[in-house]
Design a protein around this ligand. Sequence first.
Ligand code: CA
Length: 336
Amino acid sequence: MTTVGLVIASIFTMTQFVYPADLDSVVTETRTPSSVATQPGTKRALIICGLPGDAEHHKTFAETIGKLRDGLSKNLGFDLSNIVVMFGDEPKDGDEEFLKAATRATREELENTTKRICEASGPEDTLWVLVLGHSHYDANHSWLNLPGPDLNEFEFAKLFSSLKAREQVFFLTIPTSGFYIKPLSAKERIVIAATEEAWETNETEFPHELARVLTNPPITKDFDVDEDGAITLFDLYVTLARNIAQSFLDGEFLATEHPLFDDNGDGRGTDIQIDYLTVEQGGRVKRLKTAKSPPKPNAEGIFAKSITLPFPFKESPPQETPKPADEASPNTNSDL
Ligand SMILES: [Ca+2]
């Protein structure tokens, strides 16, 4: 990220953490924003991976699920016992124990498990739902590929219709996931889709980038994309969208996934990342102009900015101090 020397005052009410004055001078330390410690309720996560495909994809998805679980547990305060994993494939010898013990992600088991989670979740609780795997679009619906009967976006949304948790976050990381926004959308429910609607049917990079950021977050000053002094769900989403856009640029590929975001319940996904991506990344970087005008009531992203995430505070690595020329190239022939 390019360094912008502007500190944009937050217009949102939230507990903020303060950067140390000498940000670049200290090696990594950890610290938890105080607002997270006061969050009541249980934090649950449900990771659903449909049919992964061939052996290579089984391995890739298994590794990504492992990282997601690690990141949720180590960096976001989810107890491992409250992270439920459902996997579409039969376990294989090389799988980790948690995956071997995972419930099979069939339609029937999804109905049972989500019913159980919805019943257990109270109004003070948190539920994050992460969906991975493959899908197919039949010109009417996006279908999550499962062992046995598949599930479309409306059927998926219905699984969570009775959910009362205060913090509800959905990451639909599958192809054609833009279709899931409309049926899932609700006021103060965050729905993130890896792709637009229509024909973004290619395998997605989103779940793997999510796993990378959750396990190895950027340094805090880069992670805080809106520079409000807190790492929130807004920052996480924009970071993911930006990293994915940049990865297509780096590979000189045409971007085949364009993430969308909804948290205002209007049923329409928005590319709220657009003001934080460069023109080359598909954005328009107009942060200063945007930040000067207060957002409209019910604007997309306001609720996400109120959800502070307990990522450890991470400093810049210490800079290598260049050695003076005479030290860098000692005169080994000083006796001559
Ligand atoms: Ca922020």
